[in-house]
Design a protein around this ligand. Structure first.
Ligand SMILES: Cc1cc2nc3c(=O)[nH]c(=O)nc-3n(C[C@H](O)[C@H](O)[C@H](O)COP(=O)(O)O)c2cc1C
Length: 361
C-alpha cells in the first residue's frame, strides 16, 4: 500500500476515531465541519487542487464531468463543502439526498463502521436541512464544478403524495443542478423503495420530466453556468437499489426509457448482509443499508444488467464498493460511463479517488 494510504489508514483515521470517542457519525460531522471551513479558504484549495485533482474531462449525456469519479450522495447532504470535493480529486459531486421538508433522520446510533469488512452500515434516514435551505445556499453561491442534486421523499409525506413532494424539491433545486438524481432506493425511509414499482415511478418521472423542460426554458433565459446546457431540460437520473430482482429492474428500466431519463445510478446500499468479516457478524442484525466491499460484486452485476437490458441506451453511474483501479475498470467493463464512491473514500481517504480517477482517465 502506498505510504500516503498507510498514513491515512494507520494514523489519521484512528486519530479521528479516537478524538470522536469511536463514534462514526462524530467523525463524519467533524470532518465535514473542517471541510466547511476550508470551503471559505480558496487560497488553500487551489494548491491542493493542482496537486491532487485528475483533470480528465468527459461528456456524458450532454453534461461535462471533470473526471469520471464522483462523490456519491449522502456524504455532503446539504452541500456545505462544494468547493472542497474537486480539490480532493472528485470530477463531480452529488449532494443530498434532500427532501421537501427538513428532517432530523433516525435516532442515533445510525452509522456503523466495519473496518474488517471494509464496509459501513447506515440508517441515517435522510437527515437534511431541506430543499429550501439547499436552494438558498446555492442561490447565494453556486461554486464551479459539476453538481448533481439528489432528491428523496420526506418521511412525513405519505407515499400517495410522493409526486408533489418530489416536484417541490425539483422545482426549488433543478436550476442549480447539472443533473437531478431521483432517489427511490434508500432502504431507510419506510416504503420508499415501493416507488421503484413501475406505476409509481412513471407518475413521478413523467411529472418531473415536464417540470424539467420548463426549468430548462427558464434557465435558458436567465442562467448559464459552466457545465449546464441551459437551453435543454435538466437531466434526470434514477438511482436504483441492488436488491431488486431482474424482472423488477427490467420493468423499471422500461419506464425510464419510455419517460426519457438521462441515466441510471446503480446502486444504493443493500439490505443483504453477505460478505461481512467473521469478526463483524454481530453487526448483521443492525437495520440499515450496507455499503463498501461486500456490495461490490452485486453493484457490478446490476450495472451489467442495466447496460445489457437497455442495449447501452442509458448512461450508467456505477457505485458500490469501489476502492481500487481494478474495481473501477470492472465497473467500466460492465458498462458504467462514470462511477461514484462513498465508503472507500470515508475509510481510506482521497488516495482512493485519485486511484479510481487515474484508472478511468
Ligand atoms: C452514511 C451513508 C449515507 C448515505 N446517504 C445516501 C443518500 O442520502 N442518498 C443516496 O442516494 N445514497 C446514499 N448513500 C448511498 C451511497 O451514495 C452509495 O450509493 C452506497 O454507499 C454505495 O457506494 P459505496 O460502497 O462506495 O459507499 C449513503 C451511504 C452511506 C454510507
Amino acid at each position: 500500500m502506498p505510504l500516503l494510504s498507510r498514513l491515512y489508514d494507520d494514523l489519521l483515521r484512528p486519530a479521528l476515531y479516537s478524538v470522536s470517542g469511536g463514534d462514526a457519525e462524530q467523525v463524519h460531522a467533524r470532518t465535514l465541519r473542517l471541510m466547511a471551513l476550508a470551503e471559505r479558504r480558496p487560497e488553500l484549495l487551489a494548491p491542493l487542487r493542482s496537486r491532487w485533482a485528475t483533470d480528465a474531462p468527459v461528456e456524458v449525456g450532454g453534461v461535462r464531468f471533470g473526471n469520471r469519479v464522483g462523490l456519491a450522495a449522502g456524504m455532503d447532504k446539504d452541500g456545505r463543502a462544494l468547493s472542497v470535493w474537486p480539490a480532493l480529486g472528485f470530477g463531480f459531486v452529488e449532494v443530498g439526498t434532500v427532501t421537501r421538508h427538513p428532517q432530523p433522520g433516525n435516532d442515533r446510533p445510525r452509522l456503523f463502521t466495519l473496518p474488517k469488512s471494509d464496509a459501513v452500515i447506515n440508517r441515517m434516514g435522510f437527515n437534511n436541512a431541506g430543499a429550501d435551505a439547499l436552494a438558498d445556499r446555492l442561490d447565494a453561491h453556486r461554486p464551479a464544478g459539476t453538481l448533481g442534486i439528489s432528491i428523496g421523499k420526506s418521511k412525513v409525506t405519505p407515499l400517495g403524495e410522493a409526486v408533489e413532494d418530489y416536484r417541490y424539491s425539483f422545482g426549488r433545486l433543478a436550476r442549480h443542478a447539472d443533473y437531478v438524481a431521483i432517489n427511490v432506493s434508500s432502504p431507510n425511509t419506510p416504503g420508499l423503495r415501493e416507488l421503484q414499482d413501475k406505476g409509481a415511478l412513471r407518475e413521478i418521472l413523467s411529472a418531473l420530466r415536464s417540470d424539467s423542460a420548463a426549468v430548462g426554458r427558464e434557465a435558458g433565459r436567465d442562467l448559464g453556468h459552466e457545465a449546464h446546457d441551459a437551453a435543454h431540460a435538466v437531466p434526470i437520473w434514477v438511482k436504483v437499489a441492488p436488491d431488486l430482482t431482474e424482472p423488477a429492474l427490467a420493468e423499471l428500466l422500461a419506464v425510464c426509457l419510455d419517460v426519457g431519463v438521462a441515466g441510471i445510478i446503480a446502486t444504493n446500499t443493500t439490505l443483504s448482509r453477505s460478505g461481512l468479516d467473521q469478526t463483524e457478524l454481530s453487526y448483521a442484525a443492525q437495520p440499515g443499508g450496507l455499503s463498501g466491499a461486500p456490495l461490490r460484486a452485486r453493484a457490478v452485476e446490476v450495472v451489467r444488467f442495466v447496460h445489457d437490458e437497455t442495449a447501452g441506451a442509458l448512461p450508467i453511474i456505477g457505485v458500490g464498493g469501489l476502492r481500487s483501479a481494478d474495481d473501477a475498470l470492472a465497473m467500466r467493463d460492465a458498462g458504467a460511463s462514470l462511477v461514484q464512491v462513498y465508503t472507500a473514500f470515508a475509510l481510506h481517504g482521497p488516495m482512493v479517488v485519485r486511484e479510481l480517477a487515474r484508472a478511468l482517465a
